[in-house]
Design a protein. Structure first.
Length: 374
């Protein structure tokens, strides 16, 4: 049975993936009250990177990211890059597994051992990956209504309670553009250029042309939403408090008090973050499995099992949450930008004609093929 993902499924998955764990952090806070401007600049550059990714995909519509590496760098070098790429995706998935454990112990289950919480959610992720690309993308359609409605209600309640103060967003560009540039590359690498992951999934689109168009539209929608959420947090907490808050979005919602009975809505935010983390960890995990499978030709499910053990085992290496966040926001972006930005740009600058000829010779220039799960 051929696996296919529809245009709507691609749209909802992009939105959920980009939201992911992003509300856990106040990105670009180095720019203080201009953090939302840093996010806007990063989102614009991220749109440019999507154009790069889609141009590469159009050279060989049946190829995934590993396949593109092989076409551009040769079979052996490309295969090696594919394995490394899969391990990078697995590493980023591991970070979301740890985020889930830390968030749960901080908010809901303070007495529950973290390893149990992480095992349960990652077990669900493993089951999803085993079911394949089509099932996972279908699940996004079930999740998206709750996510969209919940965020809409929370934003309306915040303004109904007159909590945001737009004065906290001023003065704009008080120190010029330097603070905005100081937020890079971190604010671009996470979350916007993580869209490189979809080079593992676009090949399964039932209608590639429509999938490419909806990618731009979905990204624009979710980027606007994330910029708005960033500005909202600053307008409630202010840049000083937001910069030291462990869970800024949670602190914002805890301030909602209406009619003496609408309160304690932090539970909704926690559930939203849980869903975002689940989608992101599963997408990255599945991307890692597909990348390594494409590079080595091993069984999909064997690869899923081995990579799953690696992800769960390494999620305990960081000694505490402070080290986990520091590594994730300071060190990781400088590494991941190599495959999110540098390698795609190198491939884009390679000769288009000979890559297309190689794709045609390899049978990768037609409709997408299915992944084997045997």
């Amino acid at each position: 049975m051929r696996q296919r993902i529809g245009t709507l499924q691609i749209c909802t998955m992009i939105i959920l993936f980009q939201i992911g764990s992003t509300p856990l952090f106040e990105l670009g806070i180095e720019a203080k009250q201009d953090s939302w401007l840093a996010m806007a600049v990063a989102a614009s550059l991220g749109m440019g990177m999507i154009w790069v990714y889609l141009r590469l995909q159009q050279r060989a519509p049946q190829a995934d990211l590993t396949g593109l590496y092989k076409l551009h760098f040769g079979r052996w070098a490309g295969g090696l890059l594919g394995v490394v790429q899969g391990l990078f995706f697995a590493y980023e998935s591991m970070r979301n597994v740890r985020d889930f454990g830390e968030l749960t112990t901080l908010t809901l289950l303070e007495q529950t051992p973290q390893w149990i919480v992480m095992l349960v959610i990652f077990g669900i992720s493993v089951y999803t990956v085993w079911q394949g690309v089509e099932v996972f993308f279908r699940a996004s359609i079930l999740i998206i209504p709750f996510v969209m409605l919940s965020y809409f209600v929370l934003i309306v309640l915040l303004f109904a309670a007159e909590i945001p103060k737009l004065s906290l967003l001023r003065p704009v560009l008080e120190e010029g553009l330097q603070p905005i540039w100081g937020a890079f590359p971190n604010v671009l690498v996470f979350p916007f250029s993580q869209m490189v992951l979809f080079l593992m999934f676009w090949k399964y689109a039932a209608s590639p042309a429509k999938a490419y168009r909806v990618t731009y539209a979905s990204y624009a929608i979710v980027a606007t939403f994330l910029i708005g959420i960033n500005a909202l947090i600053i307008s409630v907490l202010g840049p000083e408090v937001a910069s030291v808050s462990a869970l800024p979005m949670l602190e914002v919602v805890e301030l909602i008090r209406l009619a003496n009975f609408i309160e304690r809505l932090d539970v909704i935010v926690t559930l939203l973050l849980f869903l975002g983390l689940y989608v992101k960890m599963t997408a990255l995990y599945m991307g890692g499995v597909l990348a390594i499978r494409s590079a080595c030709g091993i069984s999909y499910r064997w690869c899923a099992a081995l990579l799953g053990i690696l992800i769960y085992g390494t999620s305990f290496l960081e000694p505490n949450n402070v080290a986990h966040i520091w590594i994730g926001l300071e060190l990781t972006p400088r590494v991941t930008m190599s495959y999110q930005i540098v390698l795609p740009l190198l491939m884009l600058l390679s000769g288009i004609a000979w890559v297309k000829r190689k794709a045609e010779a390899a049978g990768l220039s037609g409709p997408a093929a299915k992944p084997s799960q045997k």
